[in-house]
Every structure is written in structure tokens, then in C-alpha cells.
Design a protein around this ligand. Structure first.
Ligand code: PCA
Length: 214
């Protein structure tokens, strides 16, 4: 059994729901064979999100951590390749904080790569019939903050742990009154199942086109 910690985020920016948490809950309710899940809903609050992640890692003692967030406007599931040491919030967090041009971890390296076979994960989501791609930026808000914090935890304290960050589009139910790309929560959950199974099964990546020109 591979132990997987899945985290989602609480709603933010005036949203009523966050599809990352809904999809995480759906995965944990119907886990794929060979995987056991613990879950945590992270606050969208600087100063509280990483302590909540660390506590969830301590509680669950996972082999793999997949943190998940909403990327409204993206059309597909994106497996993030790189976390940067930068907090530069475009909107205030749920407690009103809006850090600008600050490091996530003072003195930490500029960036970390995900400890996931990102291209194999993308291929697995696509094979499940759900659109996916590699992303080279998780932004500069809470999702990048948590992603960087996770990778710093792995680099400094938990070398056996593997993990990374996945962004999901709006849930279709969130955008019924607008023209915006979306995925049903069930499809996002299916994609996350494929990523979790891939991350549990392999550490080496596949060689496949997945870069970006810009
Ligand atoms: N998405 C935001 C923060 C929380 C979430 O679900 C982000 O992409 O940073």
C-alpha cells in the first residue's frame, strides 16, 4: 500500500467552492487499488497553509504528497514542474494578507523541481480521457507558496518523500453563467487518481514532448 496525502484548498477570492478540495474528497472516497489516502483542506492564508501541510504530513506519514489547487481560467489539469521562492500576491488571502516580493523561505534556493514524474503523470491523465499538460509556473500566490514549502520540506527534512502540485480548472458548476473553461469535479478526480497511481508506481519520467515556447 502506498500512502498518499492529498491536499486541496478552501475557497478564496470570493468563490463559494474550491474544486481542488471537492476533487480531493472524491478521490479519497473511491481510492484506486493499492493506494490509501489521507486528506487535508488547507487554509488560503499565508502563515497558516504551510503549518497545516506540515501537520498533515506528520499525521499521515505519507509516501507521496499531492497538493492540489484551483487555477481558474486554465482549460486542463496541469502538473506543475517548478516551485519558486516568491510570494507576490495579486489578491489578499482569506485573512487579508497580501505579501509582495517576499521569499516563501528566506535564504531558500530560488526554485525547486517537483519530485514527481510530471510527464508520466500528464500521460496517465490523458490516458484516462481527461485533458492535461505540464505547467512551468504555479503562479506567485498560495499554490506556489504551498508547493515551494512542500518541496523545501522534502529537501531539508524528508528526503524519502515524493510529491508535487497539481492545478485543476474551475468546476463546471462554478461557471454555468460565464464563458470560462471548466471540468466536472468527477473528471478532475479521475485525473488526480491517475496522477496518484503514477506517482506511486514510478519515480523515473518518460521522454515526451511537454515543454512550452512561452
Ligand atoms: N488556488 C490559488 C490559491 C488557492 C487555490 O486553490 C492559487 O493558484 O494560488
Amino acid at each position: 500500500m502506498t500512502r498518499v496525502l492529498l491536499t486541496g484548498f478552501e475557497p478564496f477570492g470570493g468563490g463559494e467552492t474550491n474544486p481542488s478540495w471537492e476533487a480531493v474528497r472524491a478521490v479519497a472516497a473511491h481510492p484506486p487499488p493499492g493506494l490509501s489516502f489521507t486528506t487535508a483542506e488547507l487554509p488560503c492564508v499565508y502563515g497558516a497553509a504551510l503549518p497545516a501541510l506540515t501537520a498533515a504530513v506528520q499525521d499521515g506519514e505519507p509516501d507521496v504528497v499531492l497538493c492540489v489547487g484551483q487555477a481558474g481560467g486554465r482549460p486542463d489539469i496541469t502538473v506543475e514542474r517548478v516551485a519558486i521562492n516568491l510570494d507576490d500576491a495579486r489578491i489578499p488571502d482569506n485573512a487579508g494578507a497580501q505579501p509582495m516580493d517576499e521569499p516563501v523561505i528566506p535564504g531558500g534556493p530560488a526554485a525547486y523541481f517537483a519530485a514527481l514524474p510530471v510527464k508520466a503523470c500528464v500521460a496517465a491523465v490523458r490516458a484516462a480521457g481527461v485533458p492535461a499538460s505540464v505547467s512551468h509556473t504555479a503562479g506567485t500566490y498560495l499554490c506556489n507558496h504551498v508547493f515551494y514549502g512542500l518541496m523545501h520540506l522534502i529537501a531539508t527534512e524528508r528526503p524519502a518523500l515524493r510529491g508535487g502540485f497539481v492545478h485543476v480548472p474551475y468546476a463546471s458548476a462554478q461557471v454555468t453563467d460565464r464563458s470560462a473553461p471548466s471540468l466536472p469535479v468527477a473528471a478532475a478526480a479521475e485525473g488526480l487518481r491517475a496522477i496518484a497511481a503514477t506517482a506511486a508506481a514510478r519515480t523515473d519520467d518518460i521522454r515526451a514532448v511537454g515543454g512550452a515556447t512561452h
